[in-house]
Write a protein that binds this ligand. Structure first.
Ligand code: AMP
Length: 281
């Protein structure tokens, strides 16, 4: 696998493939790769001739008091993980390559409505940073297909809307969430957890399952949100939200709606913020 840092080298590699009529798949990441990221590479690999991954810890999607500085940067291990998965090219740019005028002076994209709630409400500006960097990466790589994890469900919806609204010429594919055996969704942030916190963390997935079970038994979705928040609080989590929403637009469901729902949780455990979700089908 080739690793490139700058745009001309990236474009040259991709031009070579394109000249042979090959298709390109793309998996954007912030690095510190785990089996969840690798499963995205695998999905792209099966659908396109060539696969590009990016590793870029994007400063514009972190709030002033978030973990940008301490976010784990493990490029050597990431290169090995990507090579093992058959990735063709790693794009690992410097901040100045992505933000030539500086991260604070960039053109910024705002995807309206879907970003007003949940992560968007908890992390002001987060999705502007995500949409901006992903659009820039799409312009650089110009993939036919880009794969995103359902683990970050609202992010996936933001990207889908951006791609449709800006008529970007690529297909977005959603990948299922990979979990540890105890149900905890794999995440680069799991390593911030202490041993005791790691043992408690699967309660988030367990609570999502409980919400699904109780909804299937006929409980009203509003009551389930309270049950879920109380359960998390009792176990020492500080929930930002534990909600049931319509999967297509993350709006509150009409009373009695049973189809196309998703439960989403964001909760702090100590100093670590964890998110997860579960589709009810
Ligand atoms: P990140 O590096 O955390 O920005 O994630 C890069 C991509 O990997 C995003 O599309 C995430 O949704 C996806 N991802 C993260 N964790 C998982 C997981 N446990 N299973 C599947 N995809 C994941």
């Amino acid at each position: 696998m080739q690793t490139v840092q700058d745009a001309p080298a990236l474009r040259a590699a991709i031009r070579g493939w394109r000249s042979k009529g090959q298709t390109v798949g793309f998996v954007p990441t912030m690095g510190n790769l785990h089996a969840g990221h690798q499963s995205l590479i695998k999905l792209a690999r099966a659908r396109t001739d060539r696969v590009v991954a990016s590793v870029f810890v994007n400063p514009t999607q972190f709030g002033p008091h978030e973990d940008f500085e301490r976010y784990p940067r493990t490029l050597l291990q990431d290169q090995t993980a990507l090579t093992d998965e058959g990735c063709d090219l790693l794009f690992a740019p410097e901040v100045a390559t992505i933000y030539p005028y500086g991260a604070g002076h960039s053109v910024s994209l705002h995807v309206p409505q879907i970003t007003d709630t949940l992560e968007g409400a908890q992390r002001p500006g987060h999705f502007d940073g995500v949409a901006t960097v992903v659009c820039k990466l799409f312009n650089l790589v110009q993939p036919d297909l880009a794969v995103f994890g359902q683990k970050d469900f609202q992010q996936l919806k933001v990207i889908e809307r951006m791609v449709r609204d800006l008529s970007l010429p690529l297909k977005v594919m959603a990948a299922p969430t990979l979990r540890a055996d105890d149900g905890l969704a794999l995440s680069s942030r799991n390593q911030y957890l202490s041993v005791a916190e790691r043992a408690r963390a699967p309660l988030i997935h367990d609570t999502l399952l409980k919400m699904r079970e109780l909804l299937a038994k006929g409980h009203a979705w509003r009551a389930l949100e309270q049950v879920a928040a109380a359960r998390l609080l009792r176990a020492g989590f500080v929930p930002d939200y534990a909600v049931i929403r319509c999967a297509e637009d993350l709006a509150e469901p009409a009373d009695g709606r049973r189809e196309g729902l998703i439960a989403l949780i964001a909760a702090r455990l100590g100093s670590t913020r964890l998110i997860d979700n579960l589709m009810f089908d």
